[in-house]
Each structure stands twice: as C-alpha cells, then as structure tokens.
Write a protein that binds this ligand. Structure first.
Ligand code: BTN
Length: 249
C-alpha cells in the first residue's frame, strides 16, 4: 500500500503529522517545525528522501515506495536526552516483534538488526535555544522493501519484507513504532527503559572494534551506562568510556 496523507491520518488518530512525497531530509523539516513550536509527538514522514543524513556524517538512502523515513519531535528534559536513542531503537525492535521476527537485536548505540543485518538506523538531533533544550528530532530510517541485492551493502543491510517473507503496509508499521515511542517516552521509568534496551543489545560481552572521532578502540564491550556510553576494555586492560562511535558489522 502506498503512503498517503489520508491513510496516515486514519492510522495516526489525531497525532499532528506532515507528509511529503519527496524531501531532502525529514530531520531538517522536523527541526524547522520544532522552531515554529511543533507539539511533542508531532511527526514528519516522507515517501522518498533524497539527502537523508546518517550518523557520523554519513548519508542515508530512502528510495520511493521502499522504506520508512520519519522524524519524531519530542520535548524531553535535559536529563532524558541521552535516552532518546534507547526509546527509538527499542520501539523499532518492538515493532519487529509484532511481526514475529525472532532474530531482532540492537547494535550499540542504536542500529536495529534483523537476522544479523542492519534494518534500521536512527539519527537523534537536539535543538537548543541558548542553554535551553527546545526539543529533539528523532530521525528513523527503516528498510521495508529496499533491495540491497547486488549492492555493496548486501552483506550488511536488510529489509523487513525480504528477511521475513511478508508484504507489509508501511502506515501500520509507523503506527506501531509511534505507539511504542509514546509508551517508552511517557509511561516508563528511565531505569526500565535502560534495562529493556540493554537486554536487547547484541554488543555486550563481544570483542569489538569501535570507531570513534578520537580513533579506533579494540577490546571487550563490558557494559553500558544509563546514558548510553559503551565501556570497552582494551587488550592492555584499560577501560574506555565511549560516548559516540560506530561498530562496523
Ligand atoms: C544511521 O544509521 O546512520 C542513521 C540513519 C538515520 C536515517 C533517518 S531517515 C529519516 C531521518 N532523516 C534523515 O535525514 N535521517 C534520518
């Protein structure tokens, strides 16, 4: 089924949303809406994204008709800010649970994996007004039927329909993700959110290579902290606290 404003207003039942057939980046449009004082929970959705941004300065492709490209606006406290990636990755993982997917995990910090390959990526951007946190934009890209076969990403990326052999309605998936985001953002304690997210991490107790802006760290991923940092013990026994980085698949 195609994405359309009519279909989205049926499934999103009153949630403020803006839908576009084609955008450069839903995160940019959500930031502009936030600057006009969008309410918490508002969402920007696009069928096609031509200048999608990924983490660490990478790009993110969203061809038309194949994926979910959306950005949710939330207004957390400063203290809740580091948990936004936990809310997002867990909500996508739980949407996959509803499809009876049995091999769903989260690769630190927030890549959602299905059968060992990346099925969704998250880019959280905070907007400040001086010292005050105006809000956050949680950008989510979910591969629903992107065809990676024959591409350089074939061994690392997957799509839900291909992995599970299903034909899906993207609007329904969006609805479930947003419901889970509302749940974790509104009704959960930070401790329960952290423990549930941590339990789904595929990274802990694994030997990892973490690429950070300061350089590469090799070692054992021993733990995560409630604000999402990864603790990695290198071969010399030194413990590194990694706040931002990437672990290539
Ligand atoms: C990553 O894994 O590097 C994060 C990818 C995030 C992509 C999403 S798609 C919707 C939103 N708009 C963007 O420009 N990026 C995010």
């Amino acid at each position: 089924m195609t994405l359309s404003p009519d279909r989205l207003s049926t499934v999103l039942t009153g949630r403020p949303f803006r839908y576009y057939d084609q955008v450069e980046s839903t995160n940019d449009l959500a930031k502009a809406w936030l600057a006009e004082d969008a309410p918490s929970g508002a969402v920007v959705i696009a069928d096609e994204q031509v200048k999608g941004r990924g983490r660490l300065g990478r790009s993110w492709q969203t061809p038309p008709g194949t994926a979910i490209a959306m950005s949710v606006i939330l207004k957390p406290t400063r203290q809740q800010l580091p948990t936004m990636t936990q809310v997002a990755s867990l909500s996508i993982a739980e949407m996959l649970d509803t499809l009876k997917a049995d091999d769903v995990g989260i690769k630190w910090p927030n890549d959602v994996l299905l059968k060992g390959k990346k099925v969704a990526g998250i880019l959280v951007e905070a907007e400040w007004q001086g010292d005050a946190l105006r809000g956050v934009v949680i950008g989510m890209g979910v591969n629903v039927r992107v065809d990676f076969s024959g591409t350089e990403l074939e061994n690392y990326a997957t799509s839900i329909e291909h992995a599970l052999g299903l034909r899906l309605d993207r609007s329904e998936l969006i609805k479930v993700i947003l419901e889970r985001i509302t749940y974790w953002n509104t009704f959960s304690t930070g401790e329960r959110l952290f423990n549930t997210w941590k339990a789904r991490l595929t990274t802990l107790q694994q030997t990892v290579t973490v690429e950070t802006q300061q350089g590469v760290i090799n070692g054992l991923a021993e733990a995560v902290t409630p604000d999402g940092a990864l603790l990695v013990r290198d071969d010399n026994g030194q413990l590194h606290t990694v706040l931002a980085g990437d672990i290539p698949l």
